[in-house]
Design a protein around this ligand. Structure first.
Ligand SMILES: [Zn+2]
Ligand SMILES: [Zn+2]
Length: 411
């Protein structure tokens, strides 16, 4: 993109973002706002300004409409002096427990369709996630054009559903303590505001991360290797939520996995064929806790099945975000500069929440843009593209998305 086109895009985005923050930014209440640190990146230089604080929502909204940031953040932590320049002077009082689930961390098959990469040295290129090194010349200078689609967002949503189950059944949190947000880009944020969790230090939060990601989880320590019958199993399931999760996912694996899936998780082909042939009988013994009576399924196979059950049961959270007690996260209600969508609270059942509708803000008007290259995509109820080197008139929300992604410029 030429300098002039970049300049035009910037001016266009700035006027839209400004109008949004002047007129439409209805913020929900940010709890203990004056104890939070705020940070912003600018549209012009993409510089990060932090260590700011605000007395109330009004002064924050005034700041946003004057400065028109590209992205807005606030601390998950509470500080006595949030605008102090270093952590010691800030005086940490506690922090919300937050989770970040991003489709970027989830291996979805659609990435092969909509992500592209190009070697900046030799020009070699391909579809899917970018390789570490260029397969042709070995260069590390690789430009990646990552996209996100409904399938990516659905995968992130499914991970979030799993996380919510952990927070409810394993941690005993109530709906009032949990807020779910679409991040405005590729995933979801879950905020927990609870007195018990607020005071946890980094190590304690790492333990929570390990628990939810199933790191180092040993099924035998949850009683699931030498189960001696139904009564014993019932006791275990009462004692460990993970045991219940492993049983449920193990059931799914035995009942639904085809030959290819079983081989992929490390089951030998003879055993896999035996499982497929005797699914019903195995499931019956499975729920009765009689693993050792299942003929033709050896210990190694159970290990593979349980390992896969751990993978299916665990949640792909960003581990750094949750463990960090000084984290800045995207501010509720504000715009994401990579999409022009906003971070929005999920107020209905997550399963029926459509981020490509609920997070759209620029709903009126059309604009002409030149699109370099874009896969097909949906905004609201409309599907656009794919485009390649064409001038098109698009609804503003769709045009903003392409501009934010660096795939188009205003004509
Ligand atoms: Zn190369
Ligand atoms: Zn996708």
């Amino acid at each position: 993109m030429e300098g002039l086109e970049r300049e035009k895009n910037l001016r266009f985005l700035k006027s839209l973002f400004k109008r949004f923050y002047e007129q439409e930014a209805l913020f929900e209440k940010i709890s203990a706002i004056k104890y939070r640190e705020f940070g912003f990146s600018t549209l012009e230089a993409r510089m990060m300004i932090r260590h700011l604080s605000f007395e109330n929502e009004n002064s924050l909204v005034k700041f946003l409409s004057e400065k028109v940031p590209a992205d807005c953040y606030r601390s998950t932590a509470y500080y006595l002096n949030p605008s102090a320049m270093n952590m010691e002077e800030k005086e940490w009082l506690g922090a919300d427990l937050v989770f970040d689930i991003d489709a970027d961390h989830i291996q979805t098959s659609c990435k092969k369709r909509h992500d592209r990469w190009k070697c900046l040295d030799c020009g070699e290129n391909g579809y899917g996630s970018a390789p570490e090194n260029c397969p042709k010349c070995g260069s590390k200078r690789i430009d990646e054009k990552a996209w996100f689609c409904s399938e990516c967002l659905e995968a992130a949503k499914m991970e979030t559903v799993k996380l919510l189950e952990f927070l409810d059944s394993d941690f005993g949190l109530t709906d009032q303590e949990i807020s779910i947000y679409f991040s405005g880009h590729r995933g979801y944020h879950v905020h927990v505001e609870s007195e018990e969790f607020k005071v946890l230090d980094q190590d304690a939060r790492r333990e929570i991360v390990d628990y939810i990601t199933g790191l180092g989880l040993d099924p035998s320590l949850h009683g699931l290797r030498d189960v001696g019958g139904e009564e014993y199993l019932t006791k275990i399931l009462k004692f460990s939520a993970w045991a219940e999760r492993l049983m449920r996912n193990g059931y799914d694996i035995i009942l639904k996995y085809g030959l290819e899936d079983l081989l992929r998780i490390g089951v030998k082909d003879k055993v896999a064929l035996n499982i497929i042939k005797n699914r019903e009988r195995i499931i019956d013994l499975w729920w009765k806790g009689k693993f050792n009576q299942i003929v033709g399924v050896d210990g190694k196979t159970w290990d593979s099945i349980f390992l896969e059950a751990v993978r299916k049961g665990s949640v792909l959270i960003d581990t750094v975000v949750t463990a960090d007690v000084h984290r800045l996260i995207r501010l509720e209600g504000t715009l994401h500069s990579k999409t022009g969508f906003r971070k929005v609270k999920v107020l209905k059942a997550l399963e029926s929440f459509d981020p490509l509708k609920e997070a759209v803000v620029f709903k009126r008007g059309e604009v002409r843009v030149h699109v370099y290259e874009s896969p097909d995509f949906r905004v609201g109820d409309s599907v656009f593209g794919p485009y390649s080197d064409v001038d098109v008139e698009l609804p503003i929300s769709a045009a903003v998305l392409l501009i934010c992604k660096g795939l188009a410029h205003i004509i």
